[in-house]
Structure formats: C-alpha cells, structure tokens
Design a protein around this ligand. Sequence first.
Ligand code: ATP
Ligand code: MG
Length: 212
Amino acid sequence: MITLALSKGRIFDETRPLLAAAGIAPLEDPETSRKLIIGTSNPDLRIVVVRASDVPTYVQYGAADLGVAGKDVLMEHGGAGLYQPVDLRIARCRLCVAVPAGFDYANAVRRGARLRVATKYVQTAREHFAEKGVHVDVIKLYGSMELAPLSGLADVIVDLVSSGGTLKANNLVEVEEIVPISSRLIVNQSAMKLKRAALMPIIDRIQAAVQA
Ligand code: ATP
Ligand code: MG
C-alpha cells in the first residue's frame, strides 16, 4: 500500500487535476467527507488528509510515503528524511516582508534598527534577517499576520502573498520578496528505496502531468 499525504483546500484542489492526469481519482471528497483516510481508484494507493504544515512530518516518519507540501512549509520543516523530486508548480505565491504603508523599511534597515517581526515562518524569517544582518525579535503567530503591525504587536510581517489584495485591504505594502513559493511532491527517503517499484510509476506520471 502506498500512502499520499495531502491537505484540504488549495493543495487538494490543485493536486486533484495532476492526480487525474496520472490516472488517480480519490473515492471521496475530503471537503465534504469526515474521513481522514480516503481510497483512490488505484486500490494500492490511499490518501491521508492532514494539516498543510503536518505533511512533511507524516512523510519524514514514513506514515505517508508521498506528500504534497508548499516550499514555505518545507523550508520551515527543514526537509530531513525527504526527497523533493517534483516541483508541481501549483499553489504559487511568494514569501514576503510587508510593512504598514508609510513605514520606511529601507531606512530602518540602514539605521540598524531592531525590528519586531510577526510570522508563522519563524525559522525562515530568522535566516532571512540574519543574512541581511538585521536584528529581529521574531513573534510566532498562527494566522491573521496582517493584524500584527496594525495593532502594534510587530513592526513588520513575513507572510505569503499572491495577489496582494489582503495586504492592500489592511494598508500594508510588500517591501521585500524572500522566496517564490510553489508546492512540491515529497517522498520518504527509505520508501524511495524499499517501495521504489511501486512509487516510481506514480512519481513519473505526476511529473509528466506537470509538464503537459
Ligand atoms: P491551515 O489552514 O491548516 O493552518 P494553511 O493556512 O497553511 O493551513 P492553506 O492556506 O491551504 O493552508 O495553504 C497551504 C499551502 O498553500 C501553503 O503552505 C502555501 O504553500 C500555499 N498557499 C498559501 N496561501 C497561498 C496563496 N494566497 N496563494 C497561493 N498559494 C498559497
Ligand atoms: Mg491559510
């Protein structure tokens, strides 16, 4: 049995057409089903439905052989025990630094000011500012990052941006792109050896679907 870890919402919606092109159809819709383990048209392949940020953990420990995770989540996880053979080019956005309109970020950086940074991406944010030589206090949040500078919790945020609509609605501006983001197919490293014969055709078909 091969197990594929997916999260509901965007990742599931955008992975579904790739799976379809690879001849894999889920037997239930995770948005409406309460089941966390879903069979597929391939009797040897099942899907486990987990939180987006838990996908690398399931694959790292081998509870799932395969998974789909955003590069944002993979950078934060660190990628131990995982191969990342295919960029699926889905769920594309960018990880950015944003500040309240009127905050002179470039000047604050030049002056060597200490910045309070609110983010879900603590590791990635620390590394980014360390590389720039900017001193930061990183404040971990789990959502609604845009509120942090508006309420005085932080000076800047590090968050995902796609259209920029949410930033704009909250009077924030993007001042720096940290990294472009898309989702990757990830594979447990030992499964890649032990289940290679079963995994390779699935990986190859998904890769072909991405290129088509
Ligand atoms: P949860 O809601 O369980 O806390 P989440 O908010 O991380 O998880 P999603 O919002 O579905 O879940 O995001 C899943 C992945 O989709 C993210 O890790 C990121 O890679 C990508 N993503 C998030 N926001 C966007 C966006 N606005 N545009 C494109 N891709 C995005
Ligand atoms: Mg979200």
